[in-house]
Design a protein around this ligand. Structure first.
Ligand code: ARG
Length: 462
């Protein structure tokens, strides 16, 4: 078996059990491109500092590119003795170009290397996720546009409350996902610092141009403190909390999709292509995609908590515990992307049952607030108006009728201020149209917002 690069002070070789327990190669191999990108920049910085000749740097860089090709071409056999991706790449480089490969690790440590790789990886993933969120937002906006004037019950406490437009409801999710994109871009901005040069913990003793490395790798800044540079995993936690919030939003939408596709609601029907059946009940058509999206939310929260817990007792600087950052992060990234990919086509292909949504607004006294507001407009204080409208509701419940069924005499029994125009005032259409206030559900208002939102979408990821 090959000697470990760090075996100098050891008399015995590592136990096989320890090799297996210690190794991260089975999962951190995912970082190979970023690891090699970092190493290529480091080789250039070493040459710039006169530690490598230009020729040596060139040979190392060519070797690194060849290793990358082997790995991407699946011609590279990973084994647990390689420990992690950093050592695997270096070892293969040395096999290919000889002892010169051993110069690459000058002035750096795996501690600043892994902090770098993870940042490079996460920056790429955040761009990818922001792109997927953009597609999600587009789908919401398109479905809202296709159903602009569709009226449905709005709920509070899951009790029918006031009528709203489905488009307004869907655009509420647009606003959430827009903030989510902002959160991702905020944390991207904060993680945009190069940790390379921190060395193991105290800083590299070589005169390396960290700003050159930052430029080569596309970082805006360099980290200010070497201990912090290798110890910081806030950027992973920040991403995972942003990811958790995105999942929470997708989960709330999922809950609604699931409810709305029940026989009881029948507000929507998912397409066959985005539903599944039952192995026993022939009639079943289940919203598994939405349920899984809701279920996977727990998984992403779990990863956030796993890493928060791992980090909470760690003294500075690097501790091996921190190797436990990768699996939760990778799974959070994968899970989030899976949800964001499957959702937009599910939304685009669902059938909206306009009639069912509208007819659901006829029961439940969603216009009771409008009856109270009618009285306010006639000069009654809102509290008194609320009481009068409440009495009308109680009367209707007793008689098994709706507010629309009341005759003028009956209305006037609750307040002398009711006039013949009360019938129009409590129509569902009027209830929606009355909410012209900026941010409200009136058709004109939602149309304006939709137009603005479409422009935001056109401008690209924001
Ligand atoms: N595989 C390690 C990790 O993921 C790399 C850093 C190891 N550093 C060390 N000093 N053992 O955290």
């Amino acid at each position: 078996m090959k000697q470990k690069p760090w075996s100098g002070r050891f008399k015995e070789s590592t136990d096989r059990l320890v090799d297996e327990f210690n190794a991260s190669i089975s999962f951190d191999r995912r970082l190979y491109r970023h690891d090699i990108r970092g190493s290529i920049a480091h080789a250039s910085v070493l040459a710039d500092a006169g530690i490598l000749t230009d020729k040596e740097a060139r040979k190392i860089i060519e070797g690194l590119k060849a290793v990358e090709k082997e790995i991407s071409g699946k011609r590279f056999a990973f084994t647990p003795e390689m420990e992690d991706i950093h050592m695997a790449v270096e070892q293969r480089l040395t096999e290919k170009i000889g002892t010169l490969g051993g110069k690459l690790h000058t002035g750096r440590s795996r501690n600043d290397q892994v902090a770098l790789d993870l940042r490079l990886y996460l920056k790429d993933e955040i761009y990818a996720i922001a792109g997927l969120l953009h597609e999600f937002k587009k789908a919401l906006v398109d479905v809202a546009g296709d159903n602009l004037d569709c009226v449905m019950p709005g709920y509070t406490h899951l009790q029918r409350a006031q009528p709203v437009l489905l488009s307004h409801h869907l655009l509420a999710y647009y606003e959430m996902f827009k903030r989510d994109t902002g959160r991702l871009l905020d944390c991207l901005e904060r993680m945009d610092e190069l940790p390379l040069g921190s060395g193991a913990l105290a800083g590299s003793p070589y005169d390396l141009d960290r700003r050159l490395a930052a430029r080569l790798l596309g970082f805006s800044r360099v980290t200010e403190n070497s201990l912090d540079g290798v110890s910081d995993r806030d950027f992973v936690l920040e991403f995972m909390s942003a990811a958790s919030i995105i999942m929470m939003h997708a989960s709330r939408l999922s809950e609604e999709i699931i409810l709305w596709s029940t026989q009881e609601f029948s507000f929507i029907e998912l397409s066959d292509a985005f539903s599944t059946g039952s192995s026993i009940m022939p009639q079943k058509k289940n919203p598994d995609v939405a349920e899984l999206a809701r279920g996977k939310t727990g998984r992403v929260y779990g990863h956030l908590f796993a890493l928060l817990t791992t980090m909470k007792g760690l003294p500075l600087a690097y501790n091996k515990d921190m190797q436990e950052d990768k699996e939760p992060l990778f799974d959070a990234v994968d899970t989030l992307k899976d949800v964001l990919i499957v959702y937009p086509p599910m939304l685009r292909t669902m059938k909206v049952n306009k009639e069912a949504m509208f007819s659901a607004t006829s029961k439940g006294f969603l216009n009771a607030t409008d009856a109270a507001d009618y009285l306010v407009k006639k000069g009654l204080p809102f509290r008194e108006a609320h009481r009068a409208a409440g009495a009308a509701v109680a009367y209707c419940i007793e008689k098994g009728i709706t507010l629309e069924d009341l005759g003028l005499d009956e209305w006037r029994g609750f307040s002398r201020l009711f006039g013949p125009d009360i019938r129009k005032a409590v129509s569902i259409k009027n209830s929606v149209d009355a909410r012209k206030i900026y941010g409200g559900t009136a058709l004109e208002t939602v149309k304006k917002r939709l137009k603005a939102v479409k422009n935001e979408i056109k401008k690209g990821i924001s």
